[in-house]
Design a protein around this ligand. Sequence first.
Ligand SMILES: [Zn+2]
Length: 75
Amino acid sequence: MLCDDVKRVMYFFLDGSLGDQKRQTIEIHLGDCPDCETRVTIHRRLRGFFRKRLAPLTAPETLRVRVVQSLRAGQ
Ligand SMILES: [Zn+2]
């Protein structure tokens, strides 16, 4: 496995949507390659950060309730 291969499949790796065998190959590479390990760590943190920030925006129920309330207030 090359660093370019790791870059290409990194998102799937972080998603957990890679097969066991491929994931294992990447984990072995990460153990040998500090560059890729750092890159994966950074992306993992970024993903957690964005998920936290975007969570309130992607809650449709909250939004629906707010819209209904503002419509009622306007009547
Ligand atoms: Zn590498």
